[in-house]
Write a protein that binds this ligand. Sequence first.
Ligand SMILES: O=C1O[C@H](COP(=O)(O)O)[C@@H](O)[C@H](O)[C@H]1O
Length: 253
Amino acid sequence: MAGRRVVVFPSSAELGPVLGHLVTSRAEKAISSHGRFTLGLSGGSLVSMLSKELLAMPELDCSKWLVGFCDERLVSFDDPESTYGLYKRQLFSKVNIPDSGILTIDSSLPVTECAEDYTRKLKEVFPNDDFPVFDLLLLGMGPDGHTCSLFPDHPLLEETKKIVAPISDSPKPPPQRVTMTLPVVNSARCVAFISTGGSKAPVLKEVLEGREGPAFPAARVVPTNGELFWLVDDPAAASLTIQVERLGSGAKL
Ligand SMILES: O=C1O[C@H](COP(=O)(O)O)[C@@H](O)[C@H](O)[C@H]1O
């Protein structure tokens, strides 16, 4: 790992612009080094924060972006639980990402076939990698320590071969989902967790400062060669005792 950075902002209003800048700076770097920017998106609270920040950038050019989903819920795209559906309405319909640059699940398939189909799509765009190497993955963390759709104590945490796995017993609804596996997450060039709000404080402390017993899924995200950022706000960081960086909205990562 290139080193973990835990960066604390006074509130999500200060965190947002730094997240926006992280995305565009990693996009610029990726496009100049290999001609495209591969970005993995998560759902939940990230959708509106990221969409707002990117839409505030008048010069944003997404024509060389290739966007996938770190996890997705197996519901139709017009269901309010669909992560793709939310991004489509809030972001994709308003920027110049080509349709061919958005890798979606086929939500009409049963969950196992859906994971296989999404695996095929990822392999097509990452033909040379055993595990896709995304330029940037944006992750969230639930109050139970889950990330992507990798939940505490779930057998999927031990997956070492699959790129994408189906899950049909997600403790957080909806129960059927597909998720990138830990080997994919840990192959990325850069991973950034975005975690805000006081409900995340107890688990954030355990994830970042260690705990007895099996590690939370989010704590198992340790990119082999990539950067790891934890971008959090003061309420989420309230219980931390480790040293953190404190930055404001103008910071560049
Ligand atoms: O169910 C999910 O939850 C996590 C965390 O969401 P948050 O709203 O607590 O930030 C999210 O990262 C994941 O993509 C989603 O499917």
